[in-house]
Design a protein around this ligand. Structure first.
Ligand code: HEC
Ligand code: HEC
Ligand code: HEC
Ligand code: HEC
Ligand code: HEC
Length: 212
């Protein structure tokens, strides 16, 4: 049983290794997907309704709750991703800024709870979904600068290399393994230096770049 499992993992690995040579200009970035445990949050925040794709049927009656999303840019809420180590969780005032004028969901239990935190002047105690051990060094800025600003890839796609398809999720779940081997396998690939050149470079592979 075990040996069979190891062999199939090896074969899958070889398949992807070959695949990344076949498409030189846009190498497939990461491959494994598996929804991690669902973290219980103080308020179930629906990424799909905020960042998900717009459904034209919703335009007919704006007073009704929407079926599609609003396509809000990930970095509108996670504002630090482009310029610091962390991506950041938006402060409550950002939620209230919109929600104080959104009538369609004002009386729902979740939005009532949102205003309870606001009136009590308390931050929402969100729990971590992704959490690397403390001895690992990770930096959003470098990755986001490279993929979004230098390579010109869409934001959702770039975040998705490491977070999966968050815009379809009702609660954020960890979808990628975030193991050392997983980080390293992407670092070993040829990554375009910019959208306008065919020059590539690898991510760092020495221990101390990722470890303190
Ligand atoms: C309207 C604001 C908003 C938008 C837009 C938004 N997020 Fe979030 N995001 C949040 C909040 C609030 C949380 C904390 C609650 C949770 O973890 O479910 C969160 C959590 C996350 C987490 C998990 C954080 C952790 O603890 O590990 C990831 C990853 C994430 N968002 C990625 C994205 C991506 C990718 C997009 C774009 C597709 C996006 N977010 C769009 C507000 C937003
Ligand atoms: C850009 C404006 C905007 C921002 C910012 C925003 N929301 Fe929303 N949110 C909406 C809209 C619009 C809806 C309702 C869509 C609909 O009609 O179904 C919604 C729906 C929701 C719902 C579902 C309500 C229900 O129970 O049906 C929750 C929960 C929610 N938002 C939480 C949050 C939290 C938490 C934040 C801050 C991290 C936030 N929102 C930030 C616009 C926003
Ligand atoms: C190269 C992989 C990678 C990319 C690209 C990436 N992330 Fe992350 N993200 C991570 C890892 C790894 C963690 C966990 C960090 C830790 O625990 O120290 C994380 C944590 C987070 C968190 C929670 C903690 C924090 O940093 O605030 C949020 C929110 C988040 N990412 C959002 C985003 C968004 C939005 C994008 C796109 C703009 C993005 N990430 C792009 C790998 C990535
Ligand atoms: C989608 C591919 C991809 C994934 C997945 C990825 N990286 Fe990277 N990483 C890169 C690339 C490309 C660079 C080079 C960025 C640059 O300097 O332009 C890089 C750079 C880095 C750097 C150097 C930053 C600096 O300040 O010099 C660190 C540290 C790093 N990555 C850690 C990680 C860790 C830890 C993980 C796993 C949790 C990870 N990366 C996952 C592609 C990736
Ligand atoms: C691209 C980033 C990256 C590089 C380069 C890297 N590591 Fe890691 N390493 C990680 C991550 C991420 C973890 C956490 C894995 C987890 O939690 O599953 C880790 C975990 C570890 C652990 C803990 C045990 C384990 O396997 O979980 C050790 C020991 C370790 N690394 C040693 C090294 C050594 C030695 C090197 C150089 C040969 C190295 N690492 C290079 C990202 C990296």
């Amino acid at each position: 049983m075990h040996r069979f499992l190891r062999l199939s993992i090896l074969l899958v690995g070889m398949f992807f290794a070959v695949g990344s040579y076949a498409t030189d200009t846009a190498p497939p970035i990461t491959t494994e997907d598996d929804l991690g445990p669902q973290v219980e949050q103080p308020i179930e925040f629906p990424h799909n309704r905020h960042a998900g794709l717009h459904d034209p049927a919703d335009d007919a009656d704006p007073s009704k709750p929407a079926k599609g999303g609003m396509e809000i840019n990930c970095m509108y809420c996670h504002t630090y991703a482009r310029r610091s180590m962390v991506a950041g969780i938006p402060p409550l005032r950002k939620c209230i800024g919109c929600h104080q004028s959104i009538e369609s969901v004002k009386e729902t239990p979740r939005i009532k709870k949102l205003f309870e935190y606001w009136e009590a002047k308390k931050a929402i105690p969100w729990k971590k979904v992704h959490d690397l051990p403390d001895f690992v060094r990770f930096n959003h800025e470098r990755h986001v600068q490279r993929f979004v600003f230098q390579q010109n890839r869409p934001v959702q796609e770039a975040c998705g290399y490491c977070h999966g398809d968050i815009k379809t999720m009702t609660v954020a779940r960890r979808q990628k393994p975030l193991t050392m081997g997983w980080c390293a396998s992407c670092h070993q690939k040829d990554h375009l230096v910019s959208a306008s050149s065919s020059e590539t470079s690898h991510g760092p592979n020495d221990c101390f770049t990722c470890h303190k």
